[in-house]
Design a protein around this ligand. Structure first.
Ligand code: BG6
Ligand code: MG
Length: 212
């Protein structure tokens, strides 16, 4: 086997919480009269909450934002986002995703999460996915988010696996860059397939069963 472990990004790969991130940021942006499009949202994929706010504020035409005000905006965005998460359940993970994860494990691969999100544990719990993984590395354990490799190196460390034995599955260009910086191959799905920078492009999640 070329790989021994698979590290999955969460938002936009296993669950479509990326649309909830967009809606929550959009609500804040509208309040601040900032034009915020789906294209802008692509820049936020894989990027931490605080860095995402900085990107959104690039288009803000008002006075410079104080640190205290930024903290309020971050809390506000996360409150809106968590309301969407609260409505999630098992059905928010497709049968194809669940079935593919199960088959990979049965084939002997170790599976981990590598996500910048500090809401990872909550999402896994809501969707009953926690037990599908051998390790979880998330935004609560790192100081630098993607494109920095820290979260993927953390996942490999938790799995006690060498980076070159790990394949990363990502929907973000920042995540593909992070995987390569960690010395790992990357399989792109969704938005990240456009840039053609990954080692594999997946049309469907189940395509993983052809690569692995
Ligand atoms: C990543 C998302 O998974 O998590 C980003 O792609 C998001 O868009 C980041 O900003 C941080 O998420 P959270 O849940 O900690 O705000
Ligand atoms: Mg993602």
């Amino acid at each position: 086997m070329q790989y021994k472990a698979v590290i999955f990004d969460l938002d936009g790969v296993l669950v479509f919480t990326d649309k909830y991130h967009f809606k929550a940021w959009k609500k804040l942006a509208e309040k601040l009269s900032i034009d915020f499009t789906e294209k802008d949202n692509d820049r936020l994929r894989g990027v931490s909450r605080a860095e995402s706010l900085e990107i959104i504020l690039e288009k803000y035409k008002g006075k410079p934002t104080s640190e205290a005000q930024k903290q309020e905006y971050l809390a506000e965005k996360n409150d809106t986002y968590r309301q969407f998460l609260g409505d999630m359940n098992r059905n928010d993970v497709s049968d194809v995703v669940r079935d593919t994860l199960k088959k990979l494990r049965e084939s002997g691969y170790r599976l981990a999460i590598g996500s910048s999100s500090k809401n990872t544990a909550y999402i896994l719990e809501r969707t009953e996915l926690t037990d599908a993984f051998d390790a979880v590395a998330d935004g609560t354990m790192i100081t630098k988010s993607k494109p920095d490799p820290e979260v993927f190196l953390k996942a490999a460390e938790l799995l006690r696996e060498t980076p070159s034995n790990c394949l990363v599955v990502e929907d973000a260009d920042a995540g593909v860059t992070a995987a390569h910086a960690a010395g790992m191959d990357a399989a792109a799905i969704g938005a990240a397939t456009k840039s053609q920078r990954a080692d594999y492009n997946l049309e469907a999640f189940s395509d993983l069963l052809r690569i692995l």
